[in-house]
Structure formats: C-alpha cells, structure tokens
Design a protein around this ligand. Structure first.
Ligand code: IMP
Ligand code: MG
Length: 199
C-alpha cells in the first residue's frame, strides 16, 4: 500500500490512489469494544438498532455480532442532504419505535445535517430513548451540533472509502477504511483496485 521503492531496488512503485487509514484488525478491535459498552448500556431493554442505508450496513453487521443481547434491526434510506438542500426519507422503517429504545448506527457523521434530520424524525415518534453510535466522526466539518453517544474513531477532512463508505457506490466491501488520494485514478478502474486491495 505504500509508494516506497521496491525491495528489489527497481523503479519506485507509482503512488497508490488510496492508502489504508484504519486496518481491519483495528476496526474489528474497536467494534468489539463499542459492542461491549453498548451491550452494557442496553441490558434488558430489547433495543432497535436503526441504520441508514447503505453506508452503515457493514459496521452494523459486525457490531451486532458482538452485542450479546436481544435486539431488532431496521433500516431506512434518506436522500443525501446535499443532493436536494434538505433531507427526505425515501424508505421508512418497518418497525414502530414508539416506547422502544433506539440506537442509530452510522458509518460517518460529517456535517451532521443528515443525522440531525433523522434524529428529529425519530424523536417525533416518541421512542423510550434515542442514541447514536457512529464508527467515524469528522468533527472538523460539523455544522449541526449533535450528541454522539459512541464514536469509533475521529477522522480528518479527507475523503474515505471502505467498510461501508463508498465512491460512487463502489468500494463498500473493503475490510479497511482507506484515504482516497486520487479519486480520478480510483474511478478509472474500481474493480481492478478492489482486486489489488483484497489481494
Ligand atoms: P452529513 O453528516 O449529513 O454531512 O453526511 C454524512 C453522510 O455522507 C455519511 O453517512 C456518508 O454516507 C456520506 N459521507 C460523508 N463523508 C464521506 C466519505 O468520506 N466517504 C464516503 N461517504 C461519506
Ligand atoms: Mg450514511
């Protein structure tokens, strides 16, 4: 993954279009820690874990397998805030959350505008409690001031892919979080990059 010279002393490798920021082992260890905390907080409450499609699905899938308490899972889809200047639900939850303990599981909170909208919608349905767990927190870009109950990692202002995060719909399946250096190069041969990274 580095752009260093080959051990053979040949020509330097071309700079990689993406670089590992959080490797799989660190992700998995942190997910297990978060799950232990969350399990303790939700003991005997039969919570609903709510995830926004599609970015949060990979994190959610790993998280729930470490949370050893009864829980339900539900999904919703929201138009990205930036796309229309305001968020809108395009696929709603199946479950009734009134009187239930709800944990929103997010991939990344960036400006926070999408999550602020979501929390407002969910709060209006009178859940018993409403909290947030996000894998990644990009606080430097925050516009909406939001209480985040659990945060996996603080990240800076670089575009990220992998572990649920996408580049135009691609690269969600990577087992690591990567920093994108060159979007144009990445976009040119995404399947090739996936094969290279998963090698
Ligand atoms: P915001 O907090 O309303 O600005 O938007 C957060 C959403 O934007 C996240 O749930 C992601 O789906 C997406 N997003 C934000 N930053 C990134 C990134 O670096 N890579 C991929 N998707 C991102
Ligand atoms: Mg998201």
């Amino acid at each position: 993954m580095s752009g260093s010279t080959r051990a053979s002393g040949g020509r330097p490798d071309p700079p990689e279009p993406a670089q590992v920021l959080i490797p799989p082992a660190r992700l998995q260890a942190r997910v297990a820690e978060l799950a232990a905390d969350i399990a303790a907080a939700y003991a005997d409450t039969d919570p609903i874990f709510v995830t926004v499609l599609k970015g949060g699905t990979v994190f959610l899938a790993d998280l729930v397998r470490h949370v050893g308490i009864p829980l339900e899972i539900d999904f919703l889809a929201i138009t990205p805030y930036a796309a229309v200047g305001t968020a809108r639900i395009v696929k709603d939850l199946d479950l009734d959350i009134s009187g239930r303990h709800v944990l929103v599981v997010e991939d990344i909170v960036d400006t926070g505008l999408t999550l602020a909208y979501l929390l407002q919608v969910l709060a209006s349905r009178a859940p018993a409690s409403l909290r947030v767990c996000t894998l990644l927190d990009r606080a430097v870009r925050r516009i909406a001031d939001l209480p985040l109950d659990w945060v996996g990692f603080e990240v800076g202002d670089e575009f990220l892919v992998g572990y649920g995060l996408d580049l135009d719909g691609w690269l969600r399946q990577l087992p690591a979080v990567l920093t994108v250096r060159d979007r144009a190069v990445l976009a040119r041969d995404v399947p090739g990059l996936v094969r290279h990274l998963l090698r």
